[in-house]
Structure formats: structure tokens, C-alpha cells
Design a protein around this ligand. Structure first.
Ligand code: PGA
Length: 251
């Protein structure tokens, strides 16, 4: 059975007061949601305070980045074992903002994926094409390369302990959501590609959609056969929107 999931990606937003208010509202509404997974991926500095606020709730804690290195002279970096110290269960790797603004290539992303898993943390591996790549009709090639660099380094079975998020770069933070059909096409391509290598892995892999998911479009996206939930940026900062998106998992 594929697990459904909604993960919030707060990006570089928030402060101690706002985070507490946001999570108070989310916890109050979502704690009875059942077995669907809800996670919040917060800035490093807020991991301890969010960790304590999430104690005794069903909401999981995640980070937005991790070093590919285990430890050492890497000024300013945070290792996977440091994230584990704060009971961090998920970490986003390969987000397009990291790829594009911070120069992370497919190989670095694959190393970060391995580093997370070595520390027992589930990576949320982001893949997706830019608008130029979509227009050049190389979406599938781009996504295949992004996935294969991880599979080649880590092995296909490791996807049993990972989540994949399809995030078309042109849909992130733009208000331009992929249509449910556009998203479904790519999700099916991802699952079929993995099924050719390992059917069991493909059948249980959670594949999220991300890119301008809101309270009013989540249900139609999540209704598609290969979409198992969402990775939510902007709308994860607004309690009512995030709650509505999480509830849409149930429909
Ligand atoms: P968005 O961001 O929901 O604000 O488009 C999604 C993401 O970057 O994960």
C-alpha cells in the first residue's frame, strides 16, 4: 500500500512566534487525521522548538537540506546525524531552489540522499523540469537523469525508504499549477520507469506533487492515480490552507 503524505516546506520563512501560532492551529485541526502522514520541513534553527511542539502529535519533523558529508571541516554545514539528534524524520534533497541557486548537481543530490538514509532519515527527493526543458520536450529525459543518478549511486531498493516529489520548476511559487493531467503524466512516467527496474519498489513508492498546490486545487491533483500527496511551499505557511490541503488527502 502506498502511503499518502503532505509535507510543508517552509523555506526561509517564519520566526519563533509565528511558527508556534501556525503549528498550534495545524496540530489542533490535524491530530485526528488518521494514518495519512503530515510533515513540516522547517529551517534548521527551528528544529528544536518545532520538535518539542510536535511531541505527542502525529505530525512529523523534517529539514530542508543536509550536508553530503558525515562530519569534518565543512564550515556552515549541518550533517544528517545532527538532524537525527533532533528526531528529524525527513529531509528534502534536490529541491530546485538548491539546484539552481546553490549549484547542487545531480551527483551532490545523490550524495545527500545517501547521507540522509545512512542516518536513518527519509529523503524527499525532488525532481522536475524547467519551462525551457518542457518546451524542448525533454521533461522525461531530465527527470530520468535526476532519478538515475540517485539510483546508480544508492541502488533501486533504497527508494523503499524514500519519497519522490515531482516539482515542475515553472510551477513553484508562481501560482501556475500543473494541471492534474500534466502532473499525472509525469508521475506515471516516474512510476513506470521504476517499475521496469523493480515492480515492488514502484508499487509502494510515495510520489508527491509540488508546485502551487493550494486548498482549492489539492483535491483534483490528489485524485489522480499516481499522485500520493503534495509538497507544499507557500500554502504551508497559512494554517487554513495547509489544513485544507491535508484534508484533501482523504478524498
Ligand atoms: P509552492 O512551493 O507550493 O510555493 O509552489 C513548492 C515547493 O517549492 O516545494
Amino acid at each position: 500500500m502506498r502511503k499518502k503524505m503532505v509535507a510543508g516546506n517552509w523555506k526561509m520563512h517564519g520566526n519563533l512566534v509565528d511558527n508556534k501560532q501556525l503549528l498550534d492551529a495545524v496540530i489542533a485541526e490535524l491530530n485526528g487525521l488518521g494514518e495519512d502522514l503530515v510533515a513540516v520541513c522547517v529551517p534548521y534553527l527551528y528544529l528544536p522548538s518545532v520538535q518539542s511542539q510536535l511531541q505527542n502529535t502525529k505530525i512529523a519533523l523534517g529539514a530542508q537540506n543536509v550536508s553530503q558529508y558525515e562530519k569534518g571541516a565543512y564550515t556552515g554545514e549541518i550533517s544528517a546525524s545532527m538532524l537525527s539528534d533532533f528526531q528529524c524524520q525527513y529531509v528534502i534533497v534536490g529541491h530546485s531552489e538548491r539546484r539552481m541557486l546553490f549549484g547542487e548537481d545531480n551527483h551532490v543530490v545523490a550524495e545527500k540522499y545517501v547521507a540522509a538514509q545512512n542516518a536513518g532519515i527519509t529523503p524527499i527527493l525532488c525532481v522536475g523540469e524547467t519551462m525551457e526543458q518542457r518546451e524542448a520536450k525533454i521533461t522525461e529525459q531530465v527527470i530520468e537523469q535526476q532519478l538515475m543518478s540517485v539510483i546508480n549511486l544508492a541502488g533501486i531498493e533504497t527508494l523503499n525508504k524514500a519519497v519522490v516529489a515531482y516539482e515542475p520548476v515553472w510551477a513553484i511559487g508562481t501560482g501556475k499549477t500543473a494541471s492534474p493531467e500534466q502532473a499525472q503524466d509525469v508521475h506515471a512516467f516516474i512510476r513506470e520507469g521504476i517499475a521496469k527496474q523493480n515492480l515492488n519498489v514502484a508499487n509502494q513508492l510515495t510520489v508527491l506533487y509540488g508546485g502551487s498546490v493550494k486548498g482549492n486545487n489539492a483535491s483534483e491533483l490528489f485524485a489522480m492515480p499516481d499522485i500520493d500527496g503534495g509538497l507544499i511551499g507557500g500554502a504551508s505557511l497559512i494554517a487554513n490552507d495547509f489544513i485544507a490541503i491535508c484534508r484533501a488527502l482523504r478524498h
